[in-house]
Design a protein around this ligand. Structure first.
Ligand code: BDR
Ligand code: CA
Length: 310
């Protein structure tokens, strides 16, 4: 099994991603770190406990950054609900966070083992802080980040995607300082990955309890998409980072030099030097397109045992 760390801000799609990573059987999740984004880090922490309780697994959870590097925190409660999980009010048993903080946990882990991959499903604040503290520790370490919009439009402004908009300084810092190329899952690919109410109804016969869990957290998200985008279904961004790692052939990848706009109207925009104006070496691998039907099949197969046998 591949050793990984999940850095996240749950968030409905973060929870679906964590569930998928656990059930895929592909990963040894060493720890989960939380960051403020969709909701404050402390609420995100509770939401991680909720999904771990549902999955009946015990994974250490570490608290991370409560605010972005320089900007004031802006959350996404209109998209994810006041609790960050579609106001689903899921039960959970509280336990205190691990004593170490997210940055030290990440650094200590990757210093020991370079094979550990980091999946960053929220703003890149924790990763940037860890990188600032000890860049050398990241030598050879792969980081996969959900964020940015390239040829597609933004979801926070005409040009900016949420994770990079919340902490543009962190995203830009990571892009420019990570010793390896940052792997980026932008909205270009994720927008095509839509979970519909029909799909949830369909998988109910495979595992009623799991389907209900998904329904309870996505109802709010579905309403949001219907209201703002006239879409029946919800775009689930974060799980695609895992699918890309497990099955890269589902995606089209392109490598470019990228940076993030730090202020002004275009704040948070991922700027991709597709035509090599800057003559700079590529610092990112972007998943620019996806075979969304096959990806959905793989996603459901990972989550619902028995799906493949049908
Ligand atoms: C990203 O922002 C959050 O709302 C989601 O969890 C995802 O990580 C999409 O822009
Ligand atoms: Ca997220």
């Amino acid at each position: 099994k591949k050793k990984i760390i999940i850095d996240c801000d749950p968030g409905i799609d973060d929870v679906l991603a964590i569930s998928f990573a656990i059930n895929s059987g592909y990963y040894d999740i060493l720890g989960i770190t939380t960051v403020s984004g969709n909701v404050e880090a402390s609420l995100a922490y509770n939401n991680v406990l909720k999904v771990l309780d549902f999955e009946k697994v015990r994974i250490p959870v570490y608290m991370g950054a409560e605010v972005p590097l320089e900007r004031e925190l802006v959350t996404a409660k209109e998209t994810h609900g006041m609790d960050g999980l579609g106001e689903s009010d899921l039960p959970f048993t509280y336990r205190d966070p691990e004593a170490k903080d997210a940055v030290d946990f990440i650094l200590d882990s990757i210093k020991e083992d370079k094979e550990i991959k980091i999946f960053a499903l929220g703003p890149l604040t924790n990763i940037a802080k860890a990188l600032k503290k000890d860049r050398e520790a990241f030598e050879g370490v792969e980081v996969i980040s959900m964020g940015g919009a390239f040829r597609s439009h933004g979801n926070c402004s005409p040009v900016a995607e949420f994770n990079y908009w919340v902490d543009p300084h962190a995203a830009d810092y990571v892009l420019k300082n990570l010793p390896t190329k940052l792997k980026i899952m932008p909205l270009d690919a994720t927008r095509k990955f839509v979970l519909t109410p029909n799909t949830i109804s369909y998988v109910t016969h495979l595992d009623r309890e799991r389907a209900e869990f998904i329904r309870s957290i996505t109802n709010f998200y579905m309403d949001f998409h219907f209201e703002y985008e006239n879409l029946i279904g919800s775009v689930i961004n974060d799980p695609l980072t895992f699918l890309a790692d497990m099955n890269p052939s589902l995606f089209t990848m392109e490598e470019y030099f990228c940076e993030v706009q730090l202020d002004g109207y275009a704040m948070g925009q991922l700027i991709v030097d597709e035509y090599d104006f800057y003559k700079k070496e590529a610092n990112a691998v972007l998943y620019v397109d996806i075979d969304e039907k096959l990806a959905m099949k793989e996603f459901l197969a990972g989550l619902f045992k028995g799906y493949r046998e049908e």
